[in-house]
Design a protein around this ligand. Sequence first.
Ligand SMILES: CCCCCCCC/C=C\CCCCCCCC(=O)N[C@@H](CCSC)C(=O)O
Ligand SMILES: [Zn+2]
Ligand SMILES: [Zn+2]
Length: 457
Amino acid sequence: PDAQGGARVWSAIQIPTVSFSREESNTTALAELGEYIHKVFPTVFNTSFIKHEVVEKYSHLFTVQGSDPSLQPYMLMAHLDVVPAPEEGWEVPPFSGLEQDGFIHGRGTLDNKNSVMAILQALDLLLTRNYQPRRSFFIALGHDEEVYGTKGAQKISALLQARGVQLAFLVDEGSFIMDGLIPSLSKPFAMISVSEKGALDLMLQVNMTPGHSSAPPKETSIGILSAAVSRLEQTPMPNMFGSGTLKKTLEQLANEFPFPGNILLNNLWLFRPLVSRLMERNYITNALVRTTTALTMFHAGIKVNVIPPLARAIINFRIHPAQTVHEVLELVKNIVADDRVQFHVLRAFDPLPISPSDDQALGYQLLRQTIQSVFPEVNIVTPGICIGNTDSRHYANLTTGIYLFNPIYLQPQGFSSIHGINEKISVQAYQTQVKFIFELIQNADADRKHVPHLHEL
Ligand SMILES: CCCCCCCC/C=C\CCCCCCCC(=O)N[C@@H](CCSC)C(=O)O
Ligand SMILES: [Zn+2]
Ligand SMILES: [Zn+2]
């Protein structure tokens, strides 16, 4: 990649495209970022076989027309918005985009302006080498992924559906080259997520008669609600480990674990109950084996000497692929078991279906091939499940091949920086991401029967 690559990312990080809520986002910054990509990637915008459209004011859809209309198109995705970043705890201000010690710092460097910039830069590099793709593809840049994607991705998806588009596959954020995230597994491995968990945002509400705090009733709305949410926190959803993608992932990783992990994972028919308990011990692996319960918001009380009429809490569940929204809701009601607690579903969707990862799965195989070429040191490429949610679910009507993969090494510190503090990406990692997309686009054009000849960076 050219020397300007890093500088372009720093500037994009300086534009605070924050999504605060579904109702509130920094639209000035979103517009500015739109103008910025136009300015720094003029070739992408001025090429005759690329159509650019703005959707719902701030999202962007690029249609790159390939020379061979018989090939089914695919889609590369990223999002322009970021979560808020209060300055406390950051080594450098989160919207400074500073480069220090080979790292670009700031909100969005991993989630997900890296992908926005890397996709456009890779395409820009191909265009400057007079490359016209054979296979058409779309680039969809949503502007509200962090607040459900209903204005961006959902609208782009509807637009494409109305045009009769069906995609061979799509690639979005959501998974990485996992490096030290699993206890006792020191070797990095690439995980391509082939599904993502579902979600349920549930509001619990208790209404009681208000009154004077000098003569309190035996139970208040706050006490009743606290007991209910505490029961939910103390009663985890059932451990669903046993089949499906996770079992496949672990079997593929088995020989990478030192003794006794290798023995346990190679003999899951015998050690399944033990492995399933061990998975619960770590908060990341725990999220892989069950629907998680996170108490994220709590509101009650209006004055120190008033018994509050109303108490509300919001709980964010991430639903395991073996369960549905309906099943989780039933479990929750049984755990709370208190008629005074009312339930309001704010938002809910089931887990995504599992995308194919067999030898015939074009998207999966192209990613695998490109990983092996760009990261020859990575021995294992495995399908997995994404524990977070992405814009990709809005495109499930257009393709059965949804693949989540960021070609970046993710260490525990990087994992906690996503939506946390000190998010950063090394300049080298960003350049490798550009190289990965540069090769992926060319691999998608190659005759699948022959070894491709690639333009090299
Ligand atoms: C044996 C297998 C090991 C696998 C380890 C998995 C470790 C998980 C690593 C990374 C997951 C990061 C998830 C990033 C994608 C999240 C995107 C996101 O933030 N989405 C938002 C969407 C908001 S919609 C209200 C979210 O909250 O999920
Ligand atoms: Zn993201
Ligand atoms: Zn995010």
